[in-house]
Design a protein. Sequence first.
Length: 883
Amino acid sequence: MTQQVATTSEYAVVFSDQNMMHRILQNALNNQDISSIQLFNSEQNLLAELGKSPQQTRSAFPKQQTTKEYDTHLESISAIYYSNNTLDGNFDAQTDLFTPNSQRNLIGWVKVEADKSSLQVAQYQYTSLVIFLLICFNILAFFVAFHASKFITQPIVRLNTALHKLVKGQFSSVKLMKLPPEYAALQKDILDITERLEHHNEELMAGIEQATEDIRRSMDSMEEKSAQLHIANREAMESSRLKSQFLANISHEVRTPLNAILGYTKTLQKDIKDPQHRLYVDTIEQSTNSLLAIIGDILDFSKIEAGKLNLENNHFNLKTIVDDVYQTLSIHLLTKEKQIDLVPDFNSDVPEWLIGDSTRIRQILTNLVGNAIKFTHQGSVRTKVSMTSQANQNITLSFQVIDTGIGIAEDKIHRLFKPFSQVDTSTTRQFGGTGLGLVITKKLVEQMNGHIEVSSAPGTGSTFRFSLVLQVSPNPPTQKPALQRHVVILEPSPAYKYYLTRYLDSIGAQCTACTDLEQLISTLHRQHEHIDAILLNVCPGEKGKKECQELISYCKQQFDIPCILMIQPPGQIAHYSDLKHLCADFLLKPISQERLYKTLNQLDHPHDGSAATIQTHIDKDLNKENIKGIKVLAVDDSPINLQLLDHWLTPAGVKVSLAYSGSQAIKMALEEHFDIIFMDIQMPEMDGMETTRQLRQLEPLKNTPIIALTAHALGSEQQQILASGMNAYLTKPIDEALLFSTIETWRANTDSFQEQVDAKLLHIFDLDKALSIVDGKVSIAKEMFDMLADSLEAEIKLIRHHLEHQNTQKLIEVVHRIHGASKYTGTLAISRHAGFLETHLKELGLEEVDGVVDDFIDTIEDLLNHRKLIPWPQPLDSSTTKA
Ligand code: ADP
């Protein structure tokens, strides 16, 4: 614009034409951006001006066009030239100036000021437009990119979803999948895979369904079978129970008549003189005894089969048991013709007192030693006992029953422990038997955690070995003062000689053993001053008796040494009775250690001792003297049994009263005083135990000895019998001698019933302790005791349950609970055993715990059985307690 004005105003300036100048300037000012326009001459004087007054008054006037920018406006100055020939010239591109060919003269300047605001607005508008366009472009680019990405990723997402559904098995959804045509091949493959998978899946499902159906069917059939088994099991259990019940009843029913048969047989035996008749009666007695043994065996066998054979725990003296077994068996099995040495042989490490089921141990020994005697015709039967191991209170004893009998063929040994099998029927016939003895023995041994085995050689003999796990009793060993005696033995049997020598050594006696007469005579001659007694084996027969008589006389007259005769078999005692004034004592072979000690100990008073002992053996009538005049009440529903008792007792001078029922017995006992009452257990209406309980309530009968007559006498029943208030029991069939000795024992027993109860409770319960803990308050002590006792049966079940599930922690908890409670209730034995068991469980866990648990449970049962016998005093403190 400035350049244009400069060019157009050339002539106006040259000719100073103001109008022209104004027109030109007005023209220029029409442009609304121009705020002022001025023309200057060459001397920089203002020629013309239009518009607002210029903001920039003073400026330098350059020769070339310049444009300056200020805050609010633009200033442009352009020089005005005049040329003579303006038509011919060149345009200088660099200066933007038209250079005429002729000379150019500077004639003035044009100065234009333009307002910048409109320019700025335009500039802002432009910038805004650009920004707007950029945003629009970006948005557009984003949408384009978004759509483009959607186009690419959507098929991939669909593919992904399809695969996911494929994995989940939603095949139909996969088939509905739509992909762009580019993915057609991939889609086809996926559909193929889907179809195959679907197919496989269907096959699999069909297989599973089939298998499930099969399982369901077999489950149904199993359930059915299980139900059938359950029913069969219940039926079997019921029939087993019925069988046991039946056997127990049969046993009772059979024993009752047998009792009568045996009783009367024994009575007949005394009166019969005719040898033939005596033989008949003897046979009846023998057969009856065999029948009893068979019934006993069958009952035991059935109990074992039914798993109902429970062992008891009592303190017993093993030597006494072995002695007793030998004594009993020798009486029944040895004969004049059968001379066998019966030798017990105990190692010194075997404790005297043990805890276990003495009745069953006796049964085991009776069976094995009995068999050994039966099947040995000459030689010996030895019973060796030794200890194999000891762990705390538990010991394992090893028993060997060694015989020199007929032996057993190797191929028949395996039949020994099978029920109802007998190896040698011909010999067995001689003695009877059911073939159950060894089976029962084996089961008993195993139940006592032992093991039994046999070795045998035909013609040489057999050895039955068995082990038993027992407990050492805290009972102190019997203290016997050492016997300062010198004893000479004449004993031809080496085994017996060895046995006697060992025993005499063990009791401190000096011993010289001789095998024959010459040896004895020479010993007597050499040492007669130091010899205190001679133990003389008597050979059977008249010759033996004569020799013996001579020898005794010789010893007595020559050296004044007393002789003790060792006689076998026992039936010979009567045969030697005329020697009784000559010798110091008779001892039965096998010789009981107890009796031997007693005899040797009494040697200072030989005559008193011999008379008494011989009389004991030969004539039991003396015992009957002691019981003359006593009053006995016999209670039994069976008239036969009552008659038998009457028959035995009346001739002995006993005044017998008979009661046929419990109520009759109570009535009679109230009317009359009796020294002793014999009470049958099984009676209709009121049984023996109930009758006893009622009798014990009556003041005059509190201390009268009541003896049970029972056919069962199983472990549990014995406890019940004693708990009902009876003092003892006799098992049917009743042995006459035992009956008399029982009467003698109990009529002489000055202890009151309560004293006997105290003796029973001694180790189980301490009343004083129970009371002292609660300051003598009976009701509190009893309440505490009852709480413990009432909980014990449930605790036993818990103990068994935890033991079965091997849960040591829970077991400790139960035992600890009982241990804690038992300390405050006077239950000594439970407290002690709970302590043992708790320590065992904590230190050794479940290792070898069974025995300790059994003991603990036995102790608890012992307490529960005797619970009713505890003599709680009358609670005087009830008011105090309540207060
Ligand atoms: P039983 O009660 O009939 O005697 P056991 O079971 O006790 O039955 O014995 C079975 C058989 O084993 C006997 O009949 C006998 O043949 C054989 N037997 C047992 N002990 C001996 C032994 N010590 N010597 C030889 N045979 C024996």
